[in-house]
Design a protein around this ligand. Structure first.
Ligand SMILES: Cc1cc2nc3c(=O)[nH]c(=O)nc-3n(C[C@H](O)[C@H](O)[C@H](O)COP(=O)(O)OP(=O)(O)OC[C@H]3O[C@@H](n4cnc5c(N)ncnc54)[C@H](O)[C@@H]3O)c2cc1C
Ligand code: SF4
Length: 472
């Protein structure tokens, strides 16, 4: 431990975000970076607590105290090696992870936790600058070929690991570019896409083949893939959005959040979108239905597109401002999250259920909502009850449905392979193997919609399972 008293001497310091008035004029990353000396001091706050709950709370079980120590001592090579030993892409998680590690940090019991996520991003960026992250070409090659279907963080981590084990890996992606939701879901203001390109270049040099515009089960049959490869891993994400089937749903101007967000990412990447397909928030009253992170991304994107007003509504009650007793330290707390997008301007309302959309000439103009309360029944289960005479009308000429995802898309691939799904519609696996022994699955397609860091962990574990299968 570099400085056992660091946490007493040094206060938590975050790099902070660019000023609101500057950042809403562009799609550049919102978060700034702290200078290297400050970052080392922040790492010194990791206090040798003995039992690092951060390590337990991190889904990839990052060896956080070890790389804080290396960072504090300025040994970036070692810090980067330790980081990469449990996480293939710390440059992604360092930017977009909600950092459950920080909620589990022992310092967080009575003080501000260590800036673990920002330290992660800073370490990996410094390692790139210092030329420490370079292609690792596998020394030995097996004769086995693996197809990975879907190129999000789960697919990329499966591919990276299996390639290092010496197998020949081809990643098939239905979209025009590699990256899954990293590329076409998460807005550029949270994750600059050059960060993905930089990693892809390394993965390609290491020997992984990437094939875009390859929709397996549609323009390439799943049977062909099964015949050509020794094992297949499905990492297609949880792409089926939850709909809101209420009167007026057929009106124009009501879209799924992902259609709106992916279009903006594509425009920034230089793709041309035909004018009649364009979903624009410019000069519109935008209503985002769903109070989660995807909804927050819609808020940030709408403000950058110069919406007239942005309102985000949520059916659940407003969470408390501080850690509630049901989720004590070191658990992830259900508390009110105010994202950088919320800070940029948005009316947030809770405990509202949407009853119908009201239109004019086929276009949505308003939404009727009613206040609800959540009461516990005799079994302790929460039941939603509408509050009488609480109807409100919200102006809305663009509605973005951000109600989460139900499960992976079954059409095409899953149906063609006839693999089993579980009660929730996710792909059913045992140790990542599906009901077809040659076919494995990982990431959101198995867990349901989750997080980048969980997708990476799942991909790493699936790769180990596939490697065992190929060695038999
Ligand atoms: C708007 C939004 C913002 C988010 N922000 C965050 C965040 O800030 N932090 C965080 O941790 N998580 C975030 N998430 C969640 C995170 O992005 C996902 O949990 C993660 O990307 C899942 O990874 P995956 O590899 O399982 O699937 P995905 O990233 O969904 O990738 C699946 C890929 O498979 C491809 N595919 C599907 N079917 C086929 C087929 N038949 N043939 C070929 N290819 C196919 C898809 O085109 C896609 O590229 C966000 C999600 C959304 C929607
Ligand atoms: S991956 Fe997420 S949880 Fe793990 S150390 Fe990084 S920021 Fe923390």
């Amino acid at each position: 431990m570099g400085d056992p008293r660091g946490f007493i001497k040094i206060k938590r310091k975050e790099a902070g975000n660019r000023p609101v008035e500057e950042r809403i004029g562009d799609f550049g990353e919102v978060e700034q970076t702290l200078n290297y000396e400050d970052r080392k001091l922040q790492a010194s706050r990791c206090m040798d607590c003995g039992i690092p709950f951060c390590h337990w709370a991190c889904p990839v079980h990052s060896k956080i105290p070890e790389w804080q120590d290396a960072l504090y001592k300025g040994n970036i090579r070692e810090a980067s090696l330790i980081l990469h030993s449990t996480n293939d892409f710390p440059e992604f998680t360092g930017r977009v992870c909600p950092a459950p590690c920080e909620k589990g940090c022992v310092l967080g019991i009575n003080d501000d936790p260590v800036t673990i996520r920002e330290n992660e991003a800073a370490t990996v960026e410094r390692a790139f600058i210092d030329g420490l992250i370079i292609p690792k070409i596998p020394k030995y090659r097996s004769v086995k070929k693996v197809a990975v279907i879907g190129s999000g963080p789960a697919g990329l981590s499966v591919a990276a690991r299996l390639n290092q084990y010496g197998h020949y890996v081809t990643v098939f992606e239905k979209d025009e570019s590699i990256g899954g939701l990293l590329r076409f879901g998460i807005p550029d203001f949270k994750l600059n896409k050059k960060v993905i390109d930089r990693r892809l270049k390394i993965l390609e040099q290491e020997g992984i083949a990437f094939k875009t515009n390859s929709h397996i089960g549609k323009n390439i049959s799943a049977k062909q893939i099964l015949d050509e490869f020794d094992a297949v891993c499905i990492t297609i994400g949880a792409g089926k959005p939850r709909d809101l089937n209420i009167p007026g749903r057929e009106l124009k101007g009501i879209h799924f959040a992902m259609d709106f967000l992916s279009q903006q990412n594509k425009i920034i990447a230089g793709y041309s979108i035909p004018e009649n397909n364009r979903i624009s928030a410019k000069n519109k009253n935008v209503l985002v239905i769903g109070g989660g992170d995807t909804g927050s991304d819609c808020v940030g994107t709408s403000n950058r597109q110069q919406a007239l007003s942005v309102t985000q509504i949520e059916i659940l009650p407003k969470p408390p401002a501080s850690r509630p007793p049901e989720t004590p330290w070191p658990y992830w707390p259900n508390i009110l999250k105010t994202s950088s997008s919320h800070e940029e301007g948005c009316t947030r309302l809770w405990s509202l259920s949407t009853k119908r959309f009201i239109g004019e000439n086929g276009m949505v103009k308003k939404a009727e909502v009613v206040s609800v309360e959540w009461l516990k029944d005799e079994n302790g289960k929460y039941i939603m009850k509408e509050i009488p005479d609480s109807t409100q009308i919200i102006d809305a000429d663009l509605v973005l449905l951000s109600l989460g995802f139900v499960h992976c898309v079954h059409e095409d691939l899953v149906n063609e392979l006839n693999i089993e799904t579980d009660a929730r519609g996710n792909i059913k696996t045992s140790n990542f193997q599906t009901s077809n022994p040659k076919v494995f699955a990982a990431g959101d397609s198995v867990s349901g919609a989750s997080l980048v860091v969980r997708a990476i962990f799942s991909g790493r574990q699936a790769a180990d399972s596939i490697d065992e299968f190929l060695k038999k």
